[in-house]
Design a protein around this ligand. Structure first.
Ligand SMILES: [Zn+2]
Length: 283
């Protein structure tokens, strides 16, 4: 009897040990172990909320549970994984304008926070130049996990920041794009994009020549037809807030000094465009 119960005891200990090991393994492997703070960061939340900055593609971090999505380092560092230079511009802008900045902390290859859950490219199985093994053949559950773990906390945090804003707040999202796409050189240097509400983008375009000699184009290299206006429409237009998406060619913002210079350009340009809209902005 004594031996039997000792055996049971050992078995219980063993079972408990396996459970504990599995639990920690789960924490490592289970995407839900990520906290919202690992997914989204808010800089200068106490700043002036009349302008709110967003940088969805600020980071190329792939949480360890995703095992690099099966990608090599070059792919993980490439523009496919994030918008190089965009965070530097957004941070410099946020300092100059004293505006809050909501920045994504997870690579868009895990989940692209500028896409709704129903968009196929929210979790891209193929990027410009390569397949993403970790996104291939995903089950509905695995995809839903990404939505819950990355997309929802990002949306909720941005909503929270926008909750407490004056009615004349404007929403500005900051992105970068690659100079060469599918082997073709892009001549656009700065893209000014809009979604359902074109007011701020049009105001910026109208005075672009006063601020820069760079090649500035409206809705280029992307436009609303590419599904890139998700954040603008969801958090800006639907709330009656004027909004714009800024796209900068990433070779122009490859160093901190150039990011600061670009941010200075946008600070003045945005201020003037907002002043130009004047009372029209309060819709
Ligand atoms: Zn982007």
């Amino acid at each position: 009897m004594l031996i039997a119960s000792e055996e049971n005891f050992s078995e219980t200990i063993l079972t408990a040990a396996v459970l504990v090991k599995n639990y920690f393994q789960m924490l490592l492997d289970e995407p839900n172990a990520l906290t919202p703070d690992q997914v989204v960061a808010v800089h200068n939340e106490a700043g002036d909320h009349r302008l709110v900055l967003v940088c969805e593609h600020a980071s190329n971090w792939i949480p360890p549970a995703y095992r690099a999505l099966g990608l090599d380092e070059a792919a993980r560092r490439s523009h496919a994984a994030w918008d190089p230079g965009a965070l530097g511009v957004a941070e410099a802008l946020n300092r100059t304008l004293n505006a809050p900045l909501v920045a994504g902390c997870v690579s868009r290859l895990v989940y692209d926070c500028n896409r709704p859950p129903e968009a196929e490219d929210a979790v891209p199985a193929v990027s410009e130049a390569f397949a993403v093994p970790g996104n291939t053949g995903l089950t509905d559950e695995a995809r839903a996990d990404r939505v819950e773990m990355v997309y929802r906390p990002f949306r909720q945090r941005l909503e929270q920041v926008l909750n407490d804003t004056p009615e004349d707040t404007v929403l500005v999202t900051v992105h970068s794009f690659t100079p060469i796409y599918h082997g073709r050189q892009r001549t656009t240097e700065i893209g000014i994009l809009h979604g359902d509400d074109p007011r701020l983008a049009e105001a910026m375009m109208a005075i672009a020549g006063q601020f820069t000699r760079r090649r500035v184009r409206l809705n280029d290299p992307y436009g609303p037809e590419d599904g890139v206006a998700h954040t603008l429409n969801l958090h800006g237009s639907r709330n009656g807030l004027a909004n714009v998406m800024i796209e900068v060619r990433n070779d122009l913002i490859d160093k901190q000094s150039r990011q600061t210079e670009m941010a200075d350009l946008f600070a003045g340009w945005l201020r003037a465009a907002i002043a130009r809209l004047g009372s029209e902005i309060r819709s």
